[in-house]
Design a binder for this molecule. Sequence first.
Ligand code: HEM
Length: 403
Amino acid sequence: MSTIPEFDVDIFSDEVLRDPFPTYARMRELGPVVRLTANGVLAVARYADVRAVLIDHTRFISGKGVGFNNQFNEVRRHSVIASDPPRHEMLRGVLQDRLGPRSIRNVEQIIRPRAQSLVDEMTRRGSFDAVTDFSQVFPLEVVGELIGLPVDARSELLRWASGAFNAFGPPGDRTSAGLADIAEQFEYIRNVATRDQLAPGSMGAAVYEAADAGVIPEEYCLHLLSAYLTAGMDTTVNALGAMVWLLGTHPEQWHELRGLPHRVNAVVNEVLRIEAPAQLFSRVAAVDAEVSGIEIAAGERVAVIYGSGNRDERQYPEPDKFDIHRNAAGHLTFGTGLHACAGQVLARIELQAVLESMIERVEAITIGEPIRKLNNVLRGFRSVPATFTPASVKNSVFSGESA
Ligand code: HEM
């Protein structure tokens, strides 16, 4: 029987969260499956193995939770992300109806002008914080409106979303604080995001309509609204922050990209690959299973590290290099298989709209000293001081506007 190499680094320590990539590289070197002794779980860190586990949803299940502590997995047991078929189909169907490409296409017309005015405002200001003034504003506004939330009650949503991702972690202070944030988010949904307060026709209202039509039991409404409020906000915030940071710290590539606007989708993929906003979740082996010839016993929890698969040298040459010419379309940032991100079309539209607006309107990006935010699952910044120098001639390739 194959043995699983042990690795005694706590992947949720501050030190690793600050820069997890050297640790991931050591894990990938050790083998396809590694036992994280400090965290009491197995892990897959190579691209092919992350993919293999995600695709095999009958042997590597989500129904025992995808977090790393029992309390969280219990609190979240009704959520879409922690469900297996057939319950998963029932819940995902409600989200998919509103987040699928057909429904979301109309949203593009709302998002694009907002992205343009946000970028305009930042160029007018000159210096701003690419996280608090820029990245946080956009998803909060866009997703808040799509869910149909009352405008004056949105201020705590990002804090709760960030906390909800911390709550996936192993027992500890960061995780406990995250569990308290989830409790507050649930209170908000029970008191504010109610049937009568959500905008008619919104994604949020559609959740209650699904319950009224008997498509889902009533108790799942809370968890579907929580899925929107958690998954749809801080993930995209971190992706936007990473995008400004990466482009600002690679001025020669920014300059080149302004002349290659057709590469917008490819560059969004490269940003998502190298700085995956959600670094990992987990699965539990439902039966004795095998990954790249390594046996995994039934009942083992396996950390599935998207952020490491994306930096696997077996898949991407020079994986730590940000490269606007790379084809990173196969990255694992949205997961894959049954639980692949339900909101990825929306997230891509948001990122593309912002990048297109930047290409049109921003000549140069200057970045100050960034501050990382440490989160058990999310990778992102607390603050990125930035300056946008307005383009003297507007690059009007996307809008068709005259320069
Ligand atoms: C850049 C932004 C985003 C990233 C990096 C991201 C990442 C992910 C990942 C990795 C998963 C897979 C979880 C698993 O394998 O267990 C996922 C699932 C999910 N995401 Fe996203 N996400 C983003 C944006 C969004 C948005 C905007 C929404 C909705 C408004 C959303 C809603 C969901 C939902 C509902 C699931 C659960 C799907 C299921 O279990 O079937 N996400 N996301």
